[in-house]
Design a binder for this molecule. Structure first.
Ligand SMILES: [Zn+2]
Length: 268
C-alpha cells in the first residue's frame, strides 16, 4: 500500500480513480479488466436498460436521452435497430445492466467483455430460468438426489443441479429465440450406475466412474449440430455459453487430450 499512498500524494486529482485501481489489485487483479472504460451518450428517451445483452433479458431500468454512461466493456447480443443502424453490440453499464449500442454514440470505445465480466448476468431475471430447488449442497459424484436437481428446458428426463439447470435453461431459451428450437441434449446428470454403464460402452471416451463432471450434475453433452467443431451451432455456443456460465473445457478443445465438441460444463 505504500506505493499507492505515494501515488495518491503525487496525483491528488486522480485520487478516486487510483483508489478504484488499488482495490482491484487487492481483490485479485480485477482492475486490469476494468481499467479501460468507455463513455456513451444515449440518443433515445428513455432507453431501456436490460439485465443481460439482449432484448430477451428483463428490463431493469431506463436512462434519459443525453445521459452519459460509463461502459466497462462491450459484448455481442440480440441484433437491434436504432438511430445508428442495426448492431448486435451491447454495452455493459453496471452489474447486470446492459444497453444496446444502436441507441448510443461512443466517445471512447470500451474493450470486449471477458467471460468473468459477463458472469454477472442476473440469471434469475430470465423468464423460466428460476431454479426449481435451492438444494445446492455438495453430494458425492453420481449420488445427487432428484430433489437437488432441476429439469432441463425442452428435454424430458434430463436434469442438472439447480443453478446449472437455471443457467442452461436460460441459454437454451436464448438459443431458441435465435434458431427456432431449444438446445438438444444427449446427456446431462449421470448417476454412478449410469457412469459405470457408459464407461463399459464408450471406453476411453468416458470418464472413470465417480469422476465425471456429469456425476456432479454440471455437465451436458449436446446434439443438434453442437457435436461438430466449427458448425453454426457450435460457434453459437462458444460465443454465448460463457455469458450464462457454460464453457467448453480446454481438454475438450480440438487440441485438447479428448476433443469433444459436444461436452459443456457449468462454471458459473
Ligand atoms: Zn460429456
Amino acid at each position: 500500500m505504500s506505493a499507492l499512498a505515494t501515488i495518491l500524494r503525487r496525483r491528488p486529482a486522480r485520487l478516486a480513480l487510483v483508489s478504484v485501481l488499488g482495490l482491484g489489485v487487492l481483490f485479485g487483479g480485477a482492475a486490469a479488466a476494468n481499467a479501460a472504460m468507455g463513455q456513451v451518450r444515449t440518443q433515445e428517451s428513455p432507453l431501456t436498460v436490460r439485465s443481460g445483452p439482449g432484448t430477451g433479458y428483463a428490463a431493469v431500468g431506463t436512462v434519459a436521452k443525453g445521459a452519459s454512461l460509463t461502459i466497462s466493456c462491450r459484448t455481442k447480443g440480440t441484433r437491434v435497430s436504432g438511430p445508428y443502424g442495426a448492431t448486435d453490440v451491447w454495452n455493459k453499464v453496471g452489474d447486470g445492466r446492459y444497453v444496446s449500442d444502436a441507441f448510443t454514440t461512443s466517445t471512447e470505445k470500451a474493450p470486449q467483455c471477458s467471460s468473468t465480466q459477463l458472469r454477472t448476468v442476473q440469471l434469475v431475471a430470465f423468464k423460466g430460468a428460476r431454479a426449481c430447488s435451492s438444494d445446492e449442497r455438495g453430494y458425492a459424484n453420481g449420488r445427487v438426489p432428484a430433489s437437488a436437481r432441476c429439469a432441463l428446458y425442452g428435454d424430458k428426463g434430463e436434469s442438472l443441479r439447480p443453478r446449472a439447470a437455471a443457467a442452461f435453461n436460460a441459454l437454451s431459451m436464448a438459443y431458441e429465440r435465435e434458431n427456432g428450437r431449444a438446445l438438444c441434449v444427449t446427456d446431462s446428470y449421470r448417476s454412478l450406475e449410469e457412469q459405470v454403464a457408459v464407461k463399459a460402452k464408450r471406453g476411453k471416451w468416458a470418464a472413470k466412474p465417480g469422476t465425471s463432471e456429469h456425476g456432479l450434475g454440471k455437465a451436458v453433452d449436446l446434439c443438434g449440430g453442437v457435436g461438430t467443431f466449427g458448425s453454426d451451432a457450435y460457434r453459437w455456443m462458444k460465443a454465448n455459453g460463457p455469458k450464462f456460465g457454460w464453457v467448453h473445457p480446454d481438454w475438450a478443445e480440438p487440441g485438447g487430450k479428448l476433443p469433444e465438441p459436444w461436452h459443456w460444463e457449468y462454471r458459473g
